[in-house]
Design a protein around this ligand. Sequence first.
Ligand code: URP
Ligand code: ZN
Ligand code: ZN
Ligand code: ZN
Length: 484
Amino acid sequence: MSKVIKGGTIVTADLTYKADVKIEGGKIVEIGPNLSGTETLDATGCYVMPGGIDPHVHLEMPFMGTYSSDDFESGTRAGLAGGTTMVVDFCLPGPEQSLLEALQMWDNKTSRANADYSFHMAITGWNERVFNEMETVVKDRGINTFKHFMAYKGALMVNDDEMFASFQRCAELGALPLVHAENGDVVASMTAKLLADGNNGPEAHAYSRPPEVEGEATNRAIMLADMAGVPLYVVHTSCEQAHEAIRRARQKGMRVYGEPLIQHLTLDESEYFDKDWDHAARRVMSPPFRNKQHQDSLWAGLQSGSLSVVATDHCAFTTDQKRSGLGDFSKIPNGTGGLEDRMPMLWTHGVNTGRLTMNEFVAVTSTNIAKILNVYPKKGAILVGADADIVVWDPKRSKTISAKTQQSSIDYNVFEGKQVTGLPRYTLTRGEVAIEESTVKTKEGHGQFVKREPFQAVNKALSTWKELVAPRKVERSGIPATGV
Ligand code: URP
Ligand code: ZN
Ligand code: ZN
Ligand code: ZN
């Protein structure tokens, strides 16, 4: 059995050309003109691109006294409907919980996944067991990224000493640290003051986490990573202050990757001033939506390369769940959806406006992510030997985003009413057609865990340099006697 995607234009991160793609056994086996196979998928008028990778999702995440509502089944189905063929979720050990035990719990959530997935491991505390288990996580479990929350004080947050210790351990193991960069102490203090002053509505969530809170933490994490001799990945970069810190670090030669979200690129803070409490609360996430200047900064970062990828941080809560924060914004579960909408929204607001080229679109939704997470070219590529995770993108297909027709299990969509032009004609996951226009053909359980090997090149380069510039005692002869 073979499939041929015929008559389309291949668009990768660096090339645009006309060719057919032949698939067998879930992999790309041939690329060229006039190919034939058992089954033909017509790609006339379409772009044939690597399937999207969302490096940041929370499916069935235990958080703020509840669980996010999309699980690995509905979450990966939503992703496929929008052209995303792989997601990376976060394994979150509880306080004092073993990392390996937490991984077992995360493994148990994934049996119904429709598309491939991987995990980041979160470091939520520090002790000798965590230090030791990190090695098993990297070497035996194929997880090479560790997440650190600088916010959510009293829950997931780690302090600087814990984070620095973990960064150094990442450097030893060939792993990449990730940070949620917001100053959790300042957020906690501002939250308490806002509530004491009677500011208890969802708009106060944004007041409690201004851009400075994010800029400070981003810069701090970058400096700690530099001292630990390890690259750094900053999740959900939402503002100029954080972007500026990343830009500056990159100019100095540091390997720092910034990840704006499609929500921050296309939605702004005015959402929180909506008179409808539900409307505003549904958009509560951390960091919050910002103003147009910050959005322009994020777009500029994608254009110039100072920001590397676009994610969703998909963490969907129903209106009912959001209402647990009525009367106290700090109890509104933080998170929004976006898995189904990331690619169409980015195409519409990026490629269709001339802000991004098609190749840049592929880079930031797939190829850069695969490279940064060390799964390239198994994922993120249209190359012989790569997994046939492919989206056949119809630049003329249009729809109006609506909760009524979405795959996500929640009752609203933060992009409700937005018109998008550019949608999948087909989405293929390891060679299987999961989406054919609006027909969903996903298969529960088809998704497989994707192992990610430790990093070789960047970590080795950084440790070589670190060794070269390490403190060295100056040997002196004729040391003067110490006077008393
Ligand atoms: O508000 C958010 N972003 N919720 C998900 C958890 C996180 O901080 O990424
Ligand atoms: Zn976060
Ligand atoms: Zn509304
Ligand atoms: Zn997140």
